[in-house]
Ligand binder design. Sequence first.
Ligand code: GTP
Ligand code: MG
Length: 297
Amino acid sequence: MKAGFIAVVGRPNVGKSTLINKLVSEKVAIVSNKAGTTRDNIKGILNFNGNQYIFIDTPGIHKAKHLLGEYMTNSAIRVLKDVDVILFVLDGSQEISTGDQYVMERVNEARKTPRILVVNKIDKLNDEQLIAKRQEIEEKLGKFDAIVEIAGQYGIGLPKLLEAIDPYLEEGIKYYPDDMYTDMSVYKIITEIVREKILQKTREEIPHSVAIEILNVEKRDNGKDKFDVNIYVERDSQKGIIIGKKGSLLKEIGEEARRDIEELLGEPIYLNLWVKVKEDWRKKKPFLKELGYVEEK
Ligand SMILES: Nc1nc2c(ncn2[C@@H]2O[C@H](COP(=O)(O)OP(=O)(O)OP(=O)(O)O)[C@@H](O)[C@H]2O)c(=O)[nH]1
Ligand SMILES: [Mg+2]
């Protein structure tokens, strides 16, 4: 029996959350094509071949422009020193950028932690491009304890990735029960799924301007709990967009979120969504605290 904590870091949108969902075969982390989808560290746990792999999904590391962004980047950086190994994930289909180098600098600050470079999205590369990518990595990022090429979304390269992680797991330890695949609470699952649906159905500034909070939970005699959920946006105009024509978009968000939540919880629920405006909430510390976007001390 071996076990270990594995930080999954990288710049936004490289596919960290998609990879973790695939590894644990459950949807623990929400995913979208918008940078900045993940806002907190979330654990995804895989028990495989007698080993326990505890993956920590983190927000994309970037130069923050507001308090929420600062919290997000700090959450990712904070775990680097406390894990057994770091997976530094790159989008292999894009040129290595200053954004990736910024992540590399943060990884280098956690000097003692072993690091594996994960080149993701190789489904988009041909053989020639892959060879050029290897060269580019050596020139721009230097050496790693291991380099693994994968396409997380399609499960390509994942056995090799687990093999590369194995040497860094600790002998004789197990941290979580076998049937546990995440550390997320029911509340967190609900708010994250609602946020995912909004991210997937809106564009531009809306995905980043949304925060979700559970207002009220009512136990019903029929066993179906009713959740009242607030969706906060920063402007009146955003409220109109999320509600949509005659409430059509909000209805769609609610129905899809409910279906996903019921599947994850294994029981039916009622889900009521409300949209409220809270100006510039991303810059307001007390509100960020209320939402749980505060650093654990
Ligand atoms: N072609 C391809 N696309 C992928 C792959 N993995 C992820 N993607 C896509 O990349 C986008 C971002 O995926 P996420 O998993 O949300 O990325 P992330 O790194 O967690 O992003 P943040 O949470 O914003 O930091 C989504 O549109 C995914 O479908 C892959 O292996 N191949
Ligand atoms: Mg993510």
